[in-house]
Design a protein around this ligand. Sequence first.
Ligand code: C5P
Length: 242
Amino acid sequence: MKTPGIFCAIDAPDLDSALDLTRKLKGTGVDLKLGLEFFVAEGPRGIDAVRSAAGEDVRIFLDLKLHDIPNTVAGAVKSALRCGADFLTIHAGGGREMMRAAVLAAAEGAAQSGKPAPVLLGVTVLTHMDGQDLAGIGIAASPAQQVERLARLAQAAELGGCICAPQEIAALRKSCGASFRLVVPGIRPAQSAAGDQKRIMTPQDAAALGADDLVIGRPITQAEDPARAAREIVDSLRAMAA
Ligand code: C5P
């Protein structure tokens, strides 16, 4: 079994708290995910500061969930490239043309800047949405059907992978193959509080199903000792693979 990477979700409202967590997590083996809350407050300079504090070997996942007309998303991808993120999210629901524009912009921006292009990940159906919510926006498919449809569309547009709930790993692995990256939030170590996550799974079970990366926020960030919580998860996954 391959050991999945772990992105700790630094859902912090300001630079000081993000840097505090970043320093605490240094050397634990986890990578960092920075989302809209942080980016809207601190922008690219905040990302730079976190990257410098984290060190070269830590991967940065910029979770901006871009969704707009193709031209605007292409521009946003190019701007995001300047942050040097390793992963960037866009909404697969924006459609094939929007995702293609993002892929081309990432390749173009990378060629111009000499930096590697980020892996673009498609956001499928957000995990707070159930069948009724989908019906409310005019989608008759079940969440599972819609996730599969959007993941396949993202793959056809040549995105590198998608975000999916743990319960969707097996079906997506089957329909999208081994090389399509599956990045999985909704992860809770045994005995952790679920919080607002409705469909959760332990890191070990998600790893066994073949997740490439796990996104874990509160079980690490709200722990009394975040570094210890992170190390325990990393060690338990490495032990499984040994
Ligand atoms: O604290 P917790 O482990 O629930 O954090 C999960 C992280 O993953 C948050 O940053 C959240 O925005 C993100 N996420 C999610 N569900 C998705 C997509 C992203 O929980 N479908």
